[in-house]
Design a protein around this ligand. Structure first.
Ligand code: TNX
Length: 496
């Protein structure tokens, strides 16, 4: 039996099955990733040309569409009042991020309720315009999940602001909307905090393998936030406590129980460090750090970590996590924590991030029983630091190897029994950087899994199949070459 995509005369795209040895399956889906909720092919489109004009009620979105098309095709478009590519805020029913896109012989029209919706629609149009001949189409689209994230670990290996911006560009092209910055870990502290000067002079000066490290000043961090905001990506900063804190302890030994600074750490073990429970300095530290992050971050969420603590009793662990979550609430923000934090008392509206099967479902269920919603980050699917196969030149394998179909072919709603879409806030991939030294390394691990997971988070489950995705993914390699993005040439994709 073969699965074929057929277009009915109604204009609806429907999945039908055919048996036997008829004509081979036609790839009738347009090469869009993530695939929209609804796509109807129309007879005639138009050919985009240099000098074409984008007209929009949201000039910033128009300017970015012009820049995006230029990056993809080399065409030079302009913005102005009478273009044949029009973006209008005239679809109040489209929701926060939804949009309608129509392409006909006279040009293209994107309708949305918000600037964000126009921006998402503009990414779809960019992909349609890749070959200049834009096909006739009517798209009606909105995301499955509100939270479509990527975590970047800038603690194990630091990434300068310019690299983070490039990562944001790559995320935004696939309609991701949350950049989770893992700012602190045993090997480095990456954000300046007033009153705790050694966090940057000492804590930031290390990274895995002994490199120079680095950190973001408040101005650097604000620049990342601004750049991301312009692309409708919100930044969620993580300060990982009470474990993963060797860099902070080495910088400020008053945070240890015996007052002695541990050696700086540049290896890749986890679980060995912890803040000192019960010490007033611990509470002062958490308050100061989270107050600063709250002041720097316009988004609603602060991530307090909470993972992999081996050095504290459950009671000590809960005591410190609860100091952190109370500091988040006191500064007007909402909590995100790794699954382990589900064992503590969580404030209202918290988010719990599932990452591994070992104990994870129980911790997540404890959090959900307290009203939390879930971010799905199963390590065996979405940990971008896992190798694709044994030959991948960097990466880890503790959660297995993760080829493109492993990253793509799962349903968040069937991962944990009893946790369906009504309790799931979204999906987030994680790029831990123990083995990731350069931006090329980042790209190699992220592509093509980042677009695959973006589709898991955006596209209705009923519209997804790996075979159709593989066909749509292959031609994107041409664009990645233009962007000079390194990617894994997975043997499961028929690349051009
Ligand atoms: C687990 S996932 C970690 C990280 C490591 C990662 C490496 C999680 C919450 N903790 O500390 O970097 O594995 O794959």
């Amino acid at each position: 039996m073969r699965v074929v995509w057929r277009r009915l005369s109604l204009g609806l795209v429907m999945l039908v099955t055919s048996c036997g040895s008829g004509t081979p399956a036609q790839p009738e889906q347009l090469a869009l990733v993530p695939y929209p909720a609804s796509v109807t092919r129309l007879e005639q489109g138009f050919t985009i040309e240099s000098g074409d004009t984008v007209t929009s009620a949201e000039p910033a979105v128009a300017a970015q569409l012009v820049a995006g098309i230029s990056a993809d095709t080399g065409l030079e478009l302009t913005t102005g009042p009478t273009g044949r590519i029009r973006l209008d805020l005239d679809a109040p029913q489209a929701g926060a991020e939804g949009y309608e896109l129509t392409v006909g012989p006279g040009g293209a029209h994107i309708s949305a309720a918000t600037a964000e919706g126009l921006f998402r629609g503009a990414q779809t149009f960019r992909q349609l315009a890749r070959e200049r001949a834009v096909p006739g189409v009517r798209v009606s689209d909105r995301p499955r999940y509100a939270w479509r994230g990527a975590m970047l670990d800038v603690a194990r290996h630091f990434r300068p602001v310019a690299d983070v911006k490039r990562f944001v560009d790559l995320m935004a092209a696939y309609k991701l909307n949350v950049l989770h910055l893992h700012l602190t870990d045993d090997q480095g502290w990456r954000i300046a905090v007033p009153g705790w000067p050694n966090l940057t002079t000492v804590g930031a000066s290390t990274e895995v393998g002994g490199g120079p490290g680095g950190f973001y000043t408040a101005a650097d961090y604000r620049e990342i936030v601004r750049y991301a905001q312009e692309r409708f990506v919100r930044v969620v900063p993580e300060v990982d406590v009470p474990g993963h804190t060797n860099a902070a302890l080495a910088a400020h030994p008053e945070l240890t129980c015996d007052g002695v600074a541990p050696e700086p750490y540049t290896g890749i073990k986890v679980g060995f460090s912890a803040l000192c429970p019960g010490k007033p300095e611990t509470a002062r530290f958490l308050n100061d750090v989270l107050k600063e992050l709250a002041a720097l971050t316009p988004g609603h969420h602060l991530h307090i970590g909470g993972d992999e603590v081996e050095k504290l009793s459950p009671r000590e662990y809960a005591q410190i996590v609860e100091l952190a979550t109370q500091a988040v609430t006191a500064n007007g923000k909402e909590v995100v924590g790794w699954q382990e934090a589900g064992a503590t008392v969580l404030p209202p509206n918290s988010l719990i991030q599932y990452w591994q099967t070992n104990g994870g479902p129980e911790d997540v269920k404890r959090a959900v029983a307290q009203g939390a919603k879930v971010i799905m980050s199963p390590a065996s699917r979405v940990y971008l630091d896992m190798k694709y196969d044994d030959s991948t030149r960097i990466g880890q394998t503790w959660a297995g190897t993760t080829e493109i179909d492993d990253a793509y072919d799962w349903d968040p709603a069937t991962l944990i029994e009893g946790i369906g879409d009504d309790r799931i806030e979204g999906v987030e991939m994680a790029l831990w950087t123990e083995t990731v030294v350069t931006m090329n390394d980042v790209e190699l691990l992220a592509f093509p899994r980042l677009p695959a997971i973006a589709e898991v988070a955006w596209t209705p489950q009923s519209q997804r199949s790996f075979d159709a995705f593989a066909t749509r993914l292959a031609p994107l390699a041409t664009v990645w070459d233009r962007w000079e993005v390194d990617y894994h040439r997975s043997p499961r994709i028929a690349w051009p």
